[in-house]
Design a protein around this ligand. Sequence first.
Ligand SMILES: [Fe+2]
Ligand SMILES: [Fe+2]
Length: 370
Amino acid sequence: MKDIAHSADADTVEEALAAPQHQPVIDSEGATAVAMQNTLLTPRFYTTDFDQLDAIDVSELREEWDKLIGQMKADPNKGHFKKNEDWDHIDWDGMDPKLKAEFIDFLISSCTAEFSGCVLYKEMKRRGANEDITTLFQLMARDEARHAGFINDALREAGIAVNLGFLTQKKKYTYFQPKFIYYATYLSEKIGYARYITIFRHLEANPEHRFHPIFKWFKEWCNDEFSHGEAFALLMKTDPKLTSGLNVYWIKFFLTAVYSTMYVRDHQRPAFHEALGVDPDWYGQEVFRKTSEISRQIFPITLDIDHPRWMKGLKRMQRANADLARHKWHGNFLGRMGASIRAASAFVSLLTIPSVPNEVPAQTRLEPAY
Ligand SMILES: [Fe+2]
Ligand SMILES: [Fe+2]
């Protein structure tokens, strides 16, 4: 804990990272403390109205549903999340300290996000009585537990592990009503797929930038996320109200929030992206493009990410967030207020870009194609 003593005084990880005195996380207590953070930009744990979820009737989508569950039960990635001869040795001590700090932050945040899915899905499986629903959530919890465990294994080589049992008990749970869980989780699964596959394809073409073996595992990994997203698309399909009327504004809100949060968060890791040989602006747009294309399977709109205000708004939001973290750290109240107002106004500017209408296809299911 000592090692993030300075960071621990900060309200958020962003502050800790922006703080001049910032010390990198170098032990498990520090890693768990980072995973415990609840801010707008860090992965949260969710809870919901499980009875409402349990009441979903998938019988109208029986054919698509059973096919998906069949694929998941077949468990093509059963043996995938284990280290093998492709797992190269990593010289953690020899790694550039800035890269090491950002990469560890990336791993902790990814592990927390994976585990957040696991906790939510496991709870649904535990509380439910509807066999379709409990079967699905059991299968998804299985996958997310593997994903989180695999990242933790990678962290262990650096002498760090996130204490997942402690998180389950002590991390704050945020309540979302089921429809918000669908929008947020569907998007996080599909954006997770798009993120992993974009990095995988980039490193396939530029293997000299693959500075850690975990990236070799991303292809099969992202197919799990793709399937999870498919399941949420089908769940939303059971009730047309979820994707029409006023809910379209909620969908737009979630798309904008998820995309802009990812953009801000990724820009906090410049050394990580440089090591990967990836321009974070290019990466962001690439991931948004793939996610938008996929989300046309269920959402009646997509965001206009080529609109002149889009990239401008993201950059304004990112700069405001960086300033906010700095002012918070220095206890500059007026500076904080100013930066918060700028961040909020950038978000509103993004939110008011007209969206692109989309004709949702009759058949929902897609296969991973990138
Ligand atoms: Fe996952
Ligand atoms: Fe997932």
